[in-house]
Unconditional design. Structure first.
Length: 66
């Protein structure tokens, strides 16, 4: 392996930059609601699963344990 492909960086700076990039991608991808419908991805998945399972507002109440 040649030394030309290795970069000499401070571990502290590399960890700081990498963590900031990761944290921002998580915040944008998971924590902020979407501007189109105001839902977070996890809430959108729950509602879609309920719709696919036939749990809509016009159906009668049913226990989730069944």
């Amino acid at each position: 392996m040649s030394d030309a492909s290795l970069l000499n960086r401070s571990l502290n700076e590399e960890m700081k930059n990498s963590y900031i990039n990761y944290a921002m991608s998580v915040i944008i991808g998971r924590a902020l609601p979407d501007a189109r419908d105001g839902l977070k991805p996890v809430h959108r998945r729950v509602l879609y699963g309920m719709y696919e399972g036939g749990h809509t507002s016009e159906k009668k109440f049913s226990k989730s344990a069944r």
